[in-house]
Ligand binder design. Sequence first.
Ligand code: F6R
Length: 591
Amino acid sequence: MCGIFAYKGPQKNAAHIVINGLKKLEYRGYDSWGIAFKNRNNEIEIHKEIGKISEIDLDSLKDTENHLAIGHTRWATHGGVTRANAHPHSSEDKSIAVIHNGIIENYLEIKKDLQKKGHKFASETDTEIIVHLIEENMSLGFEKAFHKTLEKINGRFAIIAIYDKEDKIIAARKGSPLIVGLNDEKKEYFIASDIPAFLKYTNKVMYLDDNQMVIVNDELKFYDIQNFKSIEKRVIEIDWHEEMAEKGDHPHFMIKEIFEQKDTLSRAINQDEEKIKEVAQAIKSAYGTFLVGCGTAGKVCHAASYIFSQVAKKHVNFTFGSEFPSYHHFLTDRTLMIAVSQSGETADTLEAMEIAKEKGVKLVSIVNVETSTMARMSDIVLPVKAGPEKAVASTKATTSQLAILTLLAYACADKLQEGKQLLINTAAQINDMINPRYEEHIETLANKIKDVESMYVIGKSLNYPMALEAAIKLQEVSYIHAEGFAGGELKHGPIALISEGTPCIAIIANDETKNEILSNAMEIKARGGYIIGVSPDNNEIFDYWLKTPDAGDASPIVNIIPIQILAYKLAVLRKNNPDMPRNLAKSVTVK
Ligand code: F6R
């Protein structure tokens, strides 16, 4: 949440580099943006605007010459979407500029204290106290003033600051991601909240861990925030390439990523079998296993709890990251936690992991960003291998996470090879299913229902969590009111919502739940509902049929894909931006 980016190096157009980098981070927040750079006269110049950074015209900055710049694309937390609240924030004399991602929990008391000392605030943000605190301590020098500020603030943050009298960038991290990209030969350095921002220039990175800061001058110096002692960091070469983070011929990232599921599933299945067996053994011997994730990843965990029950006859708990703290009473050093996440940076899941770690719980993570905080915190990492996912709505990471958990369930039942074969077949079926004709067929449906106010999704067993996930996909990009239900629950209340023509998607797998969920769909049809069947077989009660392959225990994977495409088509027809839906942001690094 909030994208931050900084550049220092030999190129003369640091402001342009930062703006272009921010455009690649826009999925992290897009209500306003801003940059600060040192101009020819060594003054700090700030440009900030409401709206999306992708809409900026670089001509306004064409005469500037600068080697050092910082920038921010915002997802508002404290203070509305106004130009004044956009970052960077500067000291009253404009000598210091700061950008920040995260939340400063004790900002109000610090603000009051600073106001008493005469500081005047220009915004409603928590961030602005950082720059005033640095200013207050500048008699110590920039570096020490920055460090002293860190001692005063509580919360989760990533902060970058510059000072007009010094040619350096200082950055610190506690809870929110910050990655340094480097080209040491050229003395060129980048700092960003996510790798795609600088992938065009380098694939060499150094991760800041929590409670660490970096000073970028003509070289990089890392420090432990707690004692301000210098520390050594390792350079890691990552195997992502710039094209992987580009749209290619697709109009949006969301549809590109949906289509990538032709390949991503095969990559996900290709896990280190020894590691899969090790995790399966850990599940079998654990005194309680918790699957933890948020949003879509939470729905993946929920579906996996059914898959483990069905395939391995094993009970595993699932909970959303934000709800996990209430379960801490049950944790011991024999508990196992499996955290599921695309970004590996979601604050609620990270907090759950921190709580678990303190109790000695063994941590496994299934993450797409292999170098993320969650991956680095875990005892065992099962990489999702979906490549960069940039659309806010998760698609390809979701199905890959489901595949890995299905594989684990089979491994728990000592049937790893059978599970692998099932998933290999499913990947081939998906490859056949996703094609332009299928997309067109779904677009025809989207045209029929694009103006509805509400729609519902029902599923049962493994596919009940997929009904919930389908509703998330529809809500977040189409903005149509959508809700998912367990088919059997309808008659206990929700069926009152059905009226003439209300679209209802029925996810119907070819298993022992088929007849029951068909009956539920029939109950809706009898009350005027428009039934969209997602299923391997057509049925006379369907008003529209979205055919899916018969994938057995892997049915959640295949069933969610047509609904991802439908959500995308509805978003486009309703003139929404599917990659950057309103009010949302990818990588939710605040609680
Ligand atoms: C919805 C979506 C979110 C994320 C959630 C967790 O399409 O993408 O609900 O699933 O914010 O994010 P990660 O997986 O990065 O932990």
